[in-house]
Design a protein around this ligand. Structure first.
Ligand code: ARG
Length: 286
């Protein structure tokens, strides 16, 4: 899994393990972010097809996909990224900001416990990988809409990595993973307008290569992407971002998940990475 980018560097992908939740009960029944409109129906047949295509895309790229049983009455449980944070085989459970999603925390925590992972119950509000983004030598933690900045202490204690807090300031980008994607070693794509000045400065000093997404790509949730270090699975509508990624030596893999965007979600929201070992955890180190 290597290829050369325009500057002669090689991008190496690595096979990953992802947890996904089938969209059996997916719906927009309440509005907890600006994308959600309970009056606009979801095409559930199309959503199921788009979800299967996303799962099959991961498998085709050589990744392992595990699934958790969906729970009736939890229409957002399909957004597995929010269910936990897993680094080096250790699991921090999620605690949701809104009561409508609260029961998802236990559902994911018990999946990890049943599957043999040492899982830690959270004390601060944190919406898993929605706001907690592993970036190799550091963990990035978004706050402003959902996750409590106090989660930093829990993350440092459990995973033994420094945490950099980033403040989100645009309600359309209410989770960090809607505004930023770690692509590979030292390389991040982000939408600068989603962050306050101090957070933009922090990102610029942390990452040698910062790919800035344009408004039109951020507005189709183009940054809600999943990278294995080489392939980047991203919303098909984010054509400009796909071209920027290709210019930087990555291989964009477009998928259409338009039904999930009606809930404020994209490919990454549907995908929780299970980083089994310290080795796999360190793969995209900057
Ligand atoms: N409707 C869900 C919510 O507002 C979408 C969650 C998207 N997940 C994510 N990782 N960004 O909570």
């Amino acid at each position: 899994m290597t290829q050369t980018d325009g500057t002669g560097r090689h991008r190496a992908g690595q096979s990953r393990t992802y947890l996904m939740c089938p969209p059996d009960y997916f719906a927009v029944e309440y509005a907890i972010n600006p994308w959600m409109n309970p009056g606009e129906p979801i095409d559930t047949v199309l959503a199921a097809r788009q979800w299967r295509q996303l799962r099959d895309t991961f498998t085709r790229l050589g990744h392992t996909v595990r699934t958790i049983d969906p729970v009736p009455g939890l229409p957002d449980m399909v957004f597995a990224a929010n269910g936990a944070t897993v680094i080096g085989g250790r699991v921090l459970g999620a605690r949701f900001r809104h009561p409508q999603r609260a029961a998802e925390g236990d559902a994911y925590l018990s999946w990890f416990a049943r599957n043999g992972y040492p899982a830690v119950a959270p004390s601060s509000v944190n919406e898993g990988e929605g706001d907690i983004v592993f970036a190799g030598r550091v963990i990035l933690a978004g706050h402003g809409y959902r996750t409590d900045p106090a989660v930093s202490r829990e993350l440092e204690a459990l995973f033994g990595l420094p945490v950099v807090s980033l403040r989100l300031v645009d309600p359309r980008f209410y989770h960090l993973d809607t505004a930023l994607c770690v692509l590979g070693a030292g390389t991040v794509a982000c939408y600068p307008g989603a962050f306050d000045d101090a957070s933009r400065a922090a990102l610029a000093s942390l990452f040698p290569t910062l790919i800035e997404a344009k408004d039109e790509d951020a507005e189709v949730l183009g940054l809600n992407a999943v990278s294995d270090g080489r392939h980047v699975v991203l919303p098909a509508q984010a054509a400009g971002l796909a071209a920027q990624l290709a210019d930087n030596g990555f291989e964009p893999v477009p998928v259409d998940v338009s039904e999930f965007r009606k809930s404020g979600g994209g490919p990454k929201c549907c995908t929780l990475e299970i980083r089994e070992t310290r080795q796999s955890a360190l793969a995209p180190a900057p």
